[in-house]
Design a protein around this ligand. Structure first.
Ligand SMILES: NC(=O)c1ccc[n+]([C@@H]2O[C@H](COP(=O)([O-])OP(=O)(O)OC[C@H]3O[C@@H](n4cnc5c(N)ncnc54)[C@H](OP(=O)(O)O)[C@@H]3O)[C@@H](O)[C@H]2O)c1
Length: 261
């Protein structure tokens, strides 16, 4: 028989093992505290559900999409572009933090104003920097803590009309590697670079069956991503199973960045 001992480190519980004479197996599961910025939608929401189903405690944020608390998830309002960020809801100790806010503004380069590049950078990069700086002391108290960021396939590959998003996500990839060096060996930093994934962010690009089909066919694996295609890897990277991985950009993109058909 297998016994699951689910412990939360905040409660300072110590395991009580079954009678040594019995032939039981004991699986020890230590619950963790995660912070997900942008947990109300898409990949962040899917990740939130995976982590909470594992019994972890998740502190999530929403901006415009209201979300309902559960036993394992508490949601708090946050706009990362605001001048002052009130992060008083973040627990004292964190085992992982994830930054999900992003945008996909596709336009010809000559039609994008410099201010629009700055706006994009504020949402995708400066927001992440502000949050990481604010919660670093809490991550330092965590158990094998890690940080997870999101890039895009459009950094590894050049695509028409993608300069705005590529500039921001290129900065995120640089941040991932430099920060991974600076925070090693105590805090791991990794990044996932997805291709087109079916979330509210990509709604305009996937609004008809024809668009869905055409976009799927651009990928060697002939499909667009689901939030779970990405969030399963995110959950792995946050877990102790990935304890020897840091400074990595993981490409989950239906083969787009590495296979030529
Ligand atoms: N979906 C794709 O095709 C794709 C492709 C490549 C890369 N990515 C990257 O993957 C990451 C997750 O994308 P997704 O598709 O899951 O996006 P999504 O469905 O739009 O979810 C983004 C999350 O961030 C929150 N958010 C947005 N603006 C915010 C702000 N100003 N302040 C605070 N929170 C804010 C949203 O909150 P509300 O909903 O409450 O407003 C939502 O919870 C992004 O970094 C994106 O760039 C996505």
């Amino acid at each position: 028989m297998t016994h699951f001992l689910i412990l939360h480190k905040k409660l300072n519980q110590s395991p009580k093992y079954p009678n040594k004479k019995s032939s039981s197996h004991v699986i020890l599961i230590i619950m963790k505290n995660y912070l997900i910025i942008g947990a109300s939608s898409g990949i962040g929401n899917s990740l939130c559900n995976i982590l909470s189903d594992q019994g972890n405690q998740v502190t999530g944020t929403y901006n415009t999409t209201d979300a309902t608390d559960t036993d394992h998830i508490s949601y708090h309002h946050l706009d990362v572009t605001a001048d002052e960020l009130d992060l008083s809801f973040v627990p004292d100790s964190l085992d992982g933090m994830v930054y999900c806010p992003g945008s996909i503004n596709l336009k010809p380069f000559h039609r994008i104003k410099p201010e629009q590049f700055v706006e994009d950078l504020n949402l995708q990069v400066v927001g992440a920097i502000k949050i990481i700086q604010a919660v670093l002391p809490k991550l330092k108290k965590g158990d094998h803590p890690s940080i997870l960021l999101f890039s895009t396939v459009a950094v590894q590959m050049g695509f028409n009309f993608h300069t705005q998003v590529s500039v921001s996500k290129g900065a995120i990839e640089g941040l991932t590697k430099a920060l991974a060096a600076e925070l090693a060996p105590n805090i791991r930093v990794n990044c996932i670079a997805p291709s087109l994934t079916d979330t509210p962010l990509a709604e305009k690009l996937l609004s008809t069956d024809d668009k869905k089909k055409a976009n799927a066919e651009r990928h060697p694996l002939n499909k667009i991503g689901t939030p779970e295609d990405i969030s399963e890897m995110a959950a792995f990277l946050l877990s102790d199973k990935a304890k020897w991985m840091s400074g990595q950009i993981i490409h989950i993109d239906g083969g787009m960045s590495s296979i030529k058909m």
